[in-house]
Design a protein around this ligand. Structure first.
Ligand SMILES: [Zn+2]
Length: 181
């Protein structure tokens, strides 16, 4: 079956496919027209899957150091606030330290940004990553965070750090997956 429409009064009719292209007279308005399919089997456009195309760069994860890593700094800062405002200064420094660091992992590269005013931005292509290891200090162990050490063939200073992040396991797995492709 096909659906047609009178071009004059827009009345819709269901007709047999074999009648398409034939002349018809609208029973409502008497208009004579050639039956053409108007509404019907529209072929759905095949959708490209989001990550299937290897040429497209997609962001996988981005983040900053975990807040919980700074919890003692924050508590001490708050405790010091009554003392000449030094606590406020310490609190701002803690917030600044956390917000100054950022990492972005895409399907093509890893970007590590340190600093707000003077930005130190490192971009490593996935294929240049040679090794990835986890470094933890006592606070990292307590707060379940870790620093990822990225070994790369692209930089003079062979290693770079993503400090005190909470998603380190996910990051490690993802980078591992990407470097193996
Ligand atoms: Zn009509």
């Amino acid at each position: 079956m096909a659906q047609i429409k009178c071009p004059h009064c827009h009345t819709q009719y269901q007709i047999d496919n074999n009648d398409l292209g034939r002349q018809a007279t609208c029973t409502i308005c008497g208009n004579v027209f050639v039956m053409m399919e108007t509404v019907g089997r529209s072929t759905p456009v095949p959708q490209q899957s989001y990550s299937a195309n290897p040429d497209v760069e997609n962001e996988i994860i981005s983040g900053r150091p975990a807040w919980r890593y700074y919890i003692f700094d924050i508590i001490i800062s708050l405790w010091l606030i009554p003392f000449f405002g030094i606590g406020i200064l310490l609190l701002l420094i803690t917030i600044w330290r956390r917000c100054a660091s950022k990492y972005v992992l895409t399907t093509k590269k890893l970007k590590i940004i340190n600093g707000i005013i003077i930005k130190n931005e490192i971009t490593i292509r996935i294929e240049d990553i040679r090794a990835i290891s986890i470094k933890r200090n006592l606070w990292d162990v307590i707060f379940c965070t870790a620093t990822l050490v990225i070994g790369t063939s692209a930089l003079q200073s062979a290693e770079c750090f993503i400090k005190h992040i909470g998603d380190y396991k996910f990051m490690q797995i993802k980078i591992d997956e990407l470097t193996r492709r």
